[in-house]
Design a protein around this ligand. Structure first.
Ligand SMILES: O=C(O)CCC(=O)C(=O)O
Ligand SMILES: [Fe+2]
Length: 282
C-alpha cells in the first residue's frame, strides 16, 4: 500500500477548478484489474456453453478478455443484458469498489469529509458499437444518484478507450452551476427511460458556456468526476464494446444529503422529484 498523500497540491487544485481529474495508472493492473477481466471472460464463456453458441475464443488475456462478446450479442442482444447484470456481481469488482485508496482519494479531494460508498451506485458499462439507447445524455450525477450533493464518480476503463470508441465528454468547471433542474423526458430519444431519460434544463446555453474535453484513457487509469460536473457518453463507432467501470462515493457530512437521509435515486427505486421537486423542470 502506498504511503502519504496520493495527490499533489496541483492535482487537488486542478480538481477544484475543473471538477474532473485523471489519475494515470492509479490501479495495479495485475492485482486490481486483471481478475475482473478474467471473470468477465469466464462469464462470456459460461453463456456460450449455456446457450450452446458456435463461438470459439482464444485463451484469456487481459487485452482480449471480451473475445466472443460481439458474436454473442449479434446472435441475441438479450445475452448482452444477461452479461451486463452479471458483471457488477463479480467479487473482484465489488472488492475494487471498496478499494482502500478510494476513501483516501475522497478525503484528499474533499478535506474534512466522511466518505461513503453509494449503495447500488456501481456497475460496469458496456457501450456497444452504434447503440444509442443506453448512452448517457448530458447530465450531472446528483439527480440520478442523490446520496449527497457532494459526491464523486470514479470511472475507469477495462479497455483502451480510443477516439472512435466515444470517450466520455466533460465540461470542466461546470460544477459551479450547482444542481441544474432536469426534464424527465428526452424528446429526441423517447425510448429512453429512468435516469437515461433526464435532460438538462437550458442544455444548449449551458453547454456553450464551457469548453468540452474527451480524454482518452487506458486500463488502470482513474477519472474522478464531481457529482455536479456536466458530462455525457460519446458515440461508439468502433468495432468493440467500450467496457468501463463506474462507482460512486458521497459525503455523509454534506447537509443536503443528511437532510434526506442519504437516499438514493433510480437504482434505489426512489423518484428524485419526491425529494427535490425544485430540480424537476417539467
Ligand atoms: O461512460 C459513460 O459513457 C458515461 C459514464 C457516466 O456518466 C458516469 O460514469 O457517471
Ligand atoms: Fe455520469
Amino acid at each position: 500500500m502506498r504511503q502519504g498523500p496520493l495527490l499533489s497540491e496541483a492535482q487537488v487544485a486542478e480538481f477544484k477548478r475543473n471538477g474532473v481529474l485523471i489519475l494515470r495508472n492509479f490501479y495495479d493492473l495485475e492485482r486490481d484489474i486483471a481478475p475482473i477481466q478474467q471473470a468477465i471472460y469466464d462469464l462470456i464463456g459460461l453463456l456460450i456453453v449455456k446457450y450452446r453458441l458456435p463461438i470459439s475464443r482464444p485463451a484469456f488475456s487481459p487485452a482480449t478478455f471480451d473475445a466472443g462478446y460481439q458474436q454473442l450479442i449479434a446472435l441475441n442482444r438479450a445475452y448482452g443484458a444477461e452479461i451486463y447484470d452479471a458483471v457488477k456481481q463479480i467479487p473482484a469488482f465489488v472488492r475494487l469498489v471498496a478499494h482502500p485508496l478510494h476513501d483516501q482519494l475522497f478525503a484528499e479531494l474533499r478535506p474534512g469529509s466522511f466518505p461513503a460508498v453509494a449503495a447500488g451506485g456501481y456497475g460496469i458499462r458496456i457501450d456497444n458499437p452504434n447503440e444509442d439507447r443506453f448512452r448517457a445524455n448530458w447530465h450531472q450525477e446528483y439527480p440520478a444518484q442523490l446520496r449527497s450533493l457532494d459526491g464523486l464518480v470514479y470511472w475507469s476503463p477495462l479497455v483502451p478507450v480510443t477516439e472512435d470508441m466515444g470517450p466520455v465528454e466533460f465540461c470542466p468547471g461546470s460544477q459551479v452551476e450547482g444542481a441544474v433542474p432536469v426534464h424527465t423526458r428526452d424528446p429526441n430519444n423517447p425510448e429512453k427511460t429512468g435516469a437515461y431519460s433526464l435532460t438538462l434544463q437550458g442544455e444548449e446555453a449551458l453547454l456553450r458556456k464551457y469548453a468540452h474535453v474527451s480524454p482518452l484513457t487506458s486500463p488502470g487509469d482513474l477519472v474522478a468526476i464531481d457529482f455536479l460536473v456536466l458530462h455525457a457518453s460519446g458515440h461508439n463507432r468502433s468495432q468493440r464494446s467500450r467496457w468501463t467501470m463506474q462507482l460512486r462515493y458521497f459525503n455523509f457530512l454534506e447537509p443536503t444529503g443528511q437532510s434526506h437521509g442519504w437516499r438514493g435515486s433510480y437504482a434505489a427505486g426512489v423518484d428524485f422529484r419526491t425529494i427535490h421537486p425544485e430540480l424537476c423542470a417539467d
